[in-house]
Design a protein around this ligand. Structure first.
Ligand code: CP
Ligand code: NVA
Length: 301
């Protein structure tokens, strides 16, 4: 069987993306629907940054698929003392059957995958968060609209890992996506170019008018993990791009609001918008479990 990793959705095609999402919906209806593809298998879950959703949903997901998760905080393994990703990958490949990692630079992740003979899953890097995007699109498809009729507006830090992966998700789903962010925090040009070459209907704008008439309004924290030093400057620049009730009231009928969580209420999103009837943030968080089980079924079956 060909070795597949899950580092970024830019390496995936629409057929695989929709097939994973279809299984995510099936396993949400019946938690055993995907059988036990991880029976007698061990999956290392490595964290170089904090996590609630990724940590718990992968651990539970591996167990529900019949496998054994091994949760490793990076500061208790030799990565913390400088052991390279290349050596870590070659050692773990001899013990376990898959690796999920949350790390800083995306290059470290590609180094790990390059030296690994088992599937590597991105549980968030500074550049991408594709595990999140699977749950995002599961939640979006639950609206019941045809994906190519959906307009997604992402407001705030357009350069975030979550925004970058959402752009590729939209490209694969055929949905329109508009990133509304200040010019200082636009998506990485490399992401924009790659997404457009995949056929993305992508617009980048600094104009809040472009955040109106959306079906999905999405935001992420302004200060991502590892960016704490830039916090004050970023917050000042991003303040006009807060997701609040005023902009939410301009959504199309039936529009929903998403956030990958954790949220900083009063910063990127107001408490009222977060708690509103059109907020789907906890369904979205739940879908992490189902979508990742479908992903692991895809990689390990
Ligand atoms: N959304 C997300 O990845 O949450 P955690 O940081 O809690 O894993
Ligand atoms: N952009 C955020 C996402 C957290 C799930 C971060 O990287 O901290």
């Amino acid at each position: 069987m060909q070795l597949r990793h899950f580092l970024s959705l830019r390496d995936y095609n629409s057929a695989d993306f929709f097939s994973i999402l279809e299984n995510a919906a099936r396993v949400k209806r019946n938690r055993s629907a995907l059988g036990a593809p991880l029976q007698d298998r061990h999956i290392a879950l490595i964290f170089e940054k904090p996590s609630t959703r990724t940590r718990v949903s992968y651990e539970v997901g591996v167990k529900q698929l019949g496998g054994t998760p091994i949760v490793l905080s990076a500061n208790e393994i030799q990565i913390a003392r400088g052991e390279s990703m290349a050596d870590t990958a070659r050692v773990l490949s001899r013990y376990v059957d898959g690796i999920m990692i949350r790390t800083f630079s995306h290059e470290k992740l590609t180094e790990l995958a390059g030296f690994s003979s088992i599937p590597v899953i991105n549980g968030l890097s500074d550049k991408y968060h594709p595990s999140q995007t699977l749950a995002d699109f599961q939640t979006i498809l639950e609206m019941g609209k045809h994906p190519d009729k959906i307009r997604i507006v992402y407001m705030g830090d357009g350069s975030s890992n979550v925004a970058h992966s959402l752009i590729f998700g939209a490209a694969l789903a055929g949905s329109e996506i508009i990133i509304v962010s200040p010019k200082e925090y636009r998506p990485d040009p490399d992401v924009v170019e790659a997404a457009r070459s995949m056929g993305a209907r992508l617009k980048i704008s600094a104009d809040l008018k472009d955040a109106e008439e959306s079906d999905v309004l999405y935001t992420d924290v302004w200060v991502s993990m590892g960016q704490e030093k830039e916090a004050e400057a970023k917050k000042t620049i991003l303040m006009p791009y807060q997701l609040n009730e005023k902009i939410a009231s301009k959504m199309n009928n039936g529009g929903i609001l998403l956030h990958c969580l954790p949220a900083h209420k009063g910063e990127e999103i107001t408490e009222a918008a977060f708690e509103s009837s059109y907020s789907r943030v906890f369904d979205q968080a739940e879908n992490r479990l189902h979508a990742q089980k479908a992903l692991m079924h895809f990689l390990f079956s």
